[in-house]
Ligand binder design. Sequence first.
Ligand code: ATP
Ligand code: MG
Length: 277
Amino acid sequence: SSLSLSDFTKLTVLGSGSGGTVYKVTHKQNGGVYALKLISSDPNPTHLRQLCREKEILRRMISSDSPYIVRCHRVFEKSDGDLAILMEHMDGGTLDHTLKKEGTFSEPLLANVAYQILNGLKYLHSHKIVHRDIKPSNLLVNSKWEVKISDFGVGRIMGRTLDPCNSYVGTCAYMSPERFDPDTYGGNYNGYAADIWSLGLTLMELYLGYFPFLLPGQRPDWAALMCAICFGDPPTLPEGRGSEDFRSFVSCCLQKEAAQRWSAAQLLSHPFISKSR
Ligand code: ATP
Ligand code: MG
């Protein structure tokens, strides 16, 4: 259509991450409310190459019809290389934000959240897309408690200068063992399993209220964290916490060997999910 960036008015800043700033905007003529993510270009050739690939993913996602993926309406590319991505506005913000505001998630709520994320992952994986950055801050929720996956690596392309682990419990923290050590943990099995590992950690965090590899309040030490992921046992819920079904579900996600991890489709029929439906 003939949408143009000048048709939108900025209302507020919704947030900013490593990749850019996201604004709540409204369309001047029809009054519709959207989220607009602005990413400024980065002349680094590695980033530019990655950007091309990610734009291709976005282009494919524009035609996405999955209710479990944040709808991307348009990508505007300015002549200076800056990008503007017009998205569906999720009025509940991130699951990260929900956790901080409303406290830990009950098992029935988590089963519902997991069901929606798994459907999103099943959709992406069946379209040969690995998300690679599943974490609470990339999962958005709205007031109908619809949970959707956002951020197809766009945040990882640009603005990521020196340290990829720059935010508190940032991208590295949710990375699977085979991404650190492909030879030991089946790095060439398939990339999709990495998203399942990140999902397992995400669900544990929403249940416990803290990142499972760290004690509550503990600050991350990246070297120690990477050692724990690669050489330690996968995290489990503390003794006496969680139903048998939930504990089993988490352990199906957090197998260190990529090939041992369940797929999104398999997890959808795990009792933790199926009994709750
Ligand atoms: P990272 O850079 O590691 O991905 P992030 O996910 O917090 O971190 P962004 O993806 O740039 O960074 O998003 C910034 C913030 O903007 C999010 O945390 C969220 O609060 C808000 N946001 C992003 N997209 C939307 C959306 N479609 N609807 C509502 N809020 C959004
Ligand atoms: Mg993000």
